[in-house]
Design a protein around this ligand. Structure first.
Ligand SMILES: *[C@@H]1O[C@H](CO)[C@@H](O)[C@H](O)[C@H]1NC(C)=O
Ligand SMILES: *[C@@H]1O[C@H](CO)[C@@H](O)[C@H](O)[C@H]1NC(C)=O
Ligand SMILES: *[C@@H]1O[C@H](CO)[C@@H](O)[C@H](O)[C@H]1NC(C)=O
Ligand SMILES: *[C@@H]1O[C@H](CO)[C@@H](O)[C@H](O)[C@H]1NC(C)=O
Ligand SMILES: *[C@@H]1O[C@H](CO)[C@@H](O)[C@H](O)[C@H]1NC(C)=O
Ligand SMILES: *[C@@H]1O[C@H](CO)[C@@H](O)[C@H](O)[C@H]1NC(C)=O
Ligand SMILES: *[C@@H]1O[C@H](CO)[C@@H](O)[C@H](O)[C@H]1NC(C)=O
Ligand SMILES: *[C@@H]1O[C@H](CO)[C@@H](O)[C@H](O)[C@H]1NC(C)=O
Ligand SMILES: *[C@@H]1O[C@H](CO)[C@@H](O)[C@H](O)[C@H]1NC(C)=O
Ligand SMILES: *[C@@H]1O[C@H](CO)[C@@H](O)[C@H](O)[C@H]1NC(C)=O
Ligand SMILES: *[C@@H]1O[C@H](CO)[C@@H](O)[C@H](O)[C@H]1NC(C)=O
Ligand SMILES: *[C@@H]1O[C@H](CO)[C@@H](O)[C@H](O)[C@H]1NC(C)=O
Length: 722
């Protein structure tokens, strides 16, 4: 009879030599799984409700080999919540496949994992909260082919032992908090196809040993804090298809050797601190589709060899210090979808050849020094949805051919020196959402066809020399949220149709020559949050809506006579007063002003406000001169006024003064700030000379009796008038 010890030794040698599994294994795998299940939260337990009985081999997520030893634990996306602390890996010596990705596990990775010598697949990615260090013995997992620990909270450095993971083809630790520098042992994982270490806090240089990863196809090191220059050895990664180094602080120039990576499809070096020139040799990439070098400090010109990369779809060189002309050869890149060269110092003309880019969606050249005219040939790039040529030195007229680009959504030509008229054909751009032609020298009218662009959200024609009246057709753009027509030479009345917009949020009509009153339809502009109508010749009441009532005086000032309940404006007369005082009157007034024919329409549009004994109206003398008239309330007539001086109605006529009373101005902080001490002194002097005139110089001396800040009016030059 053999002793139990002999039996145990026999068993051990059996396990080691054949890897078979015995029911008398020292660690009971069933018990181990039960124990782990018990440590999970209640909901997780319910997800594992099939875990009953003593044979785990038919439980959900578990698979065994022929002799009943667990080889797979595959429970990705099971909603499991808990830790791995109670899962004793030593109970599963034959484990091959361990997948607990996309659960809610937290806590550390037990270091026992390193004893699973048969493990080939290990995935804990997307648990969010697995923390602690990567076990430093991880390199003992010599069979490991896939190690995915991405999107967790792992910290510490990448263990040097990874160099021993000679079977590893996929390593992903993206989206953790790893720091320290990349060990040069990284270059020893010769089987790697994918190395994904992005979005951590790795510092220091990219080790030159990385060049030994000659099978690696995808290298992702983006969004770390890697510094130093890109090692020339990178050229030896001859299988690379995707190279992502963006979002680090890499410096120095782009190594010429990159040209040796023949099959590269994507190269992203964006948002680093790279200097020097774009290597001409890049023209030899024959599979490259995406070239992102934006957000660096690259200088020199764009090599014309770039035009040889026929496979290119995206060329994004924005945000560098590139100079010189846009090479004509770029017109050869007929597959190009986006060409983003903005925010550089490029000069010269837009190459006519860009019209050959018939797949181009996005052409953005803004903020350069590009000059010349916009080539009409550009209209052959019929897939354009975004054309941004703003902030350049373009001149000439806007080519009407642009209207053929009917898929266009963004058309930004602002801040150039374009002249001529806005082509009415622009109304064919039915998909346009954003149109800015601001800050050019455009003349002529706003074409009424613009109203056809019914999807427009933002329309900015400000700072031009646009004339005539605002076409009512603008109101057909029912989607319009912002409308800026400021700083032009627009005349006539504001079209009442404009008040029909339900979504207009921002309206700037300032610095034009618009006249008349604000249409009553504006009362319905409920979504308006910003308005500026200053520096026009508008008059009458402002609409009683928030945007106007809360507008600062700066947004309303310098008009002919606006009234209403906003800062700096006089109140309008009430409804009842309006009616009783409306009507056309012709007055002959003697002797105060001599004989004058006086026409004034006494309706609310001309009411400037109500003061003292009556309402004040704005009126024009036949000479064209504007005056303010105070109509005295009949009930007050017999007070201190000499009725003989008036015929039919009682009026006082004053010089019309553009600015408001001293009191109004002093009560507005912004206006008051503008009233500096020089101006104040001048006002005091003006007041003194007015009083001196009334007391001494006029034919019959006048005593005013009510000198107050309310009765001191200021004109546009801040001259005081009593
Ligand atoms: C393993 O544990 C389970 C549950 O505790 C038990 O039913 C089974 O008999 C145990 N097997 C061995 C070989 O100990
Ligand atoms: C989990 O379930 C047990 C038994 O059903 C219960 O006693 C316990 O309160 C539950 N815990 C939570 C947190 O719901
Ligand atoms: C176990 O893992 C292997 C890969 O190692 C896989 O092919 C197999 O489908 C898995 N079985 C189960 C039941 O998950
Ligand atoms: C790891 O698991 C996650 C979540 O299930 C999955 O998205 C990812 O593709 C897996 N990784 C590998 C290499 O299979
Ligand atoms: C990770 O932890 C945070 C903070 O405790 C928690 O809000 C989040 O839901 C956790 N993520 C998962 C997948 O459980
Ligand atoms: C795990 O591996 C280490 C290192 O090889 C070894 O010392 C230890 O005994 C192993 N543990 C078990 C339980 O096999
Ligand atoms: C790699 O494995 C060898 C041999 O097993 C061992 O001597 C060495 O220490 C290991 N290297 C690391 C960094 O773990
Ligand atoms: C790495 O992060 C840990 C905290 O997670 C910190 O203690 C350590 O100093 C950091 N090391 C480096 C090199 O930044
Ligand atoms: C690349 O591998 C070769 C051969 O194994 C080795 O001699 C060399 O030191 C490695 N290069 C780097 C930079 O690690
Ligand atoms: C580019 O390719 C051409 C032809 O294949 C070759 O003659 C030239 O030397 C290459 N240039 C560089 C810089 O690799
Ligand atoms: C590319 O463009 C240049 C300049 O426009 C032209 O001379 C050349 O023939 C073109 N090459 C190809 C391959 O189309
Ligand atoms: C625009 O209006 C200003 C001011 O009235 C005037 O000086 C200028 O000549 C006008 N420009 C054009 C092109 O009409």
């Amino acid at each position: 009879m053999a002793s139990p010890l002999f039996f145990l030794l026999l068993l051990q040698s059996f396990l080691v030599s054949t890897s078979a599994f015995s029911t008398t294994s020292l660690l009971n795998q069933t018990e181990t799984l039960f124990k782990w299940k018990a440590s999970l939260d209640n909901q997780s337990k319910s997800f594992l409700s099939s875990w009953i009985g003593d044979n785990p081999c038919n439980w959900v997520g578990i698979a065994c080999d022929r002799v009943g030893s667990v080889t797979n634990i595959s429970l990705s996306n099971f909603g499991l919540k808990g830790t791995l602390a109670n899962l004793n890996f030593l109970a599963f010596p034959n484990l091959i496949h361990f997948d607990l990705g996309d659960n809610s596990l937290y806590g550390v990775i037990p270091s026992d994992i390193a004893n699973l010598s048969k493990l080939t697949f290990f995935n804990l990615s997307g648990n969010d909260n697995i923390s602690g260090n990567i076990p430093k013995d991880i390199g003992r997992l010599s069979s490991l082919a896939v190690l995915d620990l991405a999107w967790n909270q792992l910290s510490g450095s990448l263990p040097v032992s990874v160099g021993n993971l000679s079977s590893l083809s996929y390593l992903a630790i993206t989206g953790n908090n790893l720091n320290g520098s990349l060990p040069q042992e990284v270059g020893m994982m010769r089987s790697l196809l994918v190395l994904h270490l992005a979005s951590n806090s790795f510092i220091g240089p990219i080790p030159a040993s990385i060049g030994n990863l000659s099978n690696c196809q995808n290298l992702y090191l983006f969004e770390n804090e890697l510094s130093g220059s890109i090692p020339t050895d990178i050229g030896r990664m001859s299988s690379l298809k995707q190279l992502h180094l963006q979002g680090n602080t890499l410096s120095g120039s782009i190594p010429q050797e990159v040209r040796m990576i023949r099959y590269l499809i994507l190269l992203d070096f964006s948002n680093n601190a790279l200097t020097g020139m774009i290597p001409k040799a890049m023209g030899n990439f024959s599979h490259l589709r995406h070239l992102y070098l934006y957000g660096n400090e690259l200088s020199g010109s764009i090599p014309s060899e770039i035009g040889m990369i026929q496979s290119l779809l995206d060329l994004q060189l924005l945000g560098n210090n590139l100079k010189g002309v846009i090479p004509t050869s770029i017109g050869n890149l007929t597959s190009l979808v986006s060409l983003l060269l903005f925010d550089n110092m490029l000069s010269g003309p837009i190459p006519v050849s860009l019209g050959s880019l018939t797949s181009l969606n996005s052409l953005s050249l803004f903020d350069n020094k590009i000059s010349g005219r916009i080539p009409p040939e550009l209209a052959q790039a019929t897939q354009l949805t975004e054309l941004d040529l703003s902030l350049n030195q373009l001149s000439g007229e806007i080519p009407k051919e642009i209207s053929k680009l009917t898929t266009m959504v963004y058309l930004l030509l602002n801040d150039n020196q374009l002249f001529g008229r806005i082509p009415p054909e622009i109304g064919n751009l039915l998909n346009l959402q954003h149109l800015s032609l601001a800050k050019n020298n455009l003349v002529g009218p706003i074409p009424k066809q613009l109203g056809n662009c019914f999807r427009l959200l933002h329309l900015d024609l400000s700072n031009n020399l646009i004339e005539e009246s605002i076409p009512s057709e603008i109101s057909k753009i029912f989607a319009l949220e912002t409308l800026d027509l400021s700083w032009n030479n627009l005349t006539g009345q504001i079209p009442q149709e404009l008040g029909g917009s339900r979504v207009l949020e921002m309206l700037n009509l300032s610095h034009n020559m618009l006249s008349g009153s604000i249409p009553p339809t504006f009362d319905e502009l409920k979504s308006l949050t910003y308005v500026n109508i200053s520096y026009n010749q508008l008059e009458g009441p402002i609409p009683p809506i928030k945007a106007f009532l809360l507008a600062p005086f700066d947004a309303l000032k310098n008009n002919k006579g606006l009234c209403g309940n906003a800062i700096g404006l006089l109140h309008c007369v009430s409804e009842g007063q309006k009616k009783s005082t409306s009507g056309l009157v012709v007055l002959i007034i003697t002797p105060v002003l001599g004989v004058l024919s006086l026409y004034g329409q006494f309706n609310s549009n001309y009411c400037l406000g109500s003061r003292g004994y009556g309402n004040i109206y704005k009126a024009a003398l036949t000479t064209g001169r504007a005056v303010a008239m105070k109509k005295l309330n009949p009930s007050d007539d017999n007070q201190s006024i000499n009725l003989q001086a008036f015929e039919k109605y009682s009026f006082l006529i004053y010089e019309f003064v553009e600015r408001w009373s001293l009191r109004t101005i002093l009560s507005n902080p912004e206006e008051a700030a503008e009233l500096d001490w020089d101006k104040r002194l001048n006002i005091a002097k003006g007041l003194v000379s007015a009083l001196s005139y009334m007391h001494h110089d006029c034919p019959s001396p006048i005593i005013h009796c009510e000198i107050s800040s309310n009765n001191v009016l200021l004109d546009l030059d801040y001259e005081a008038h009593v």
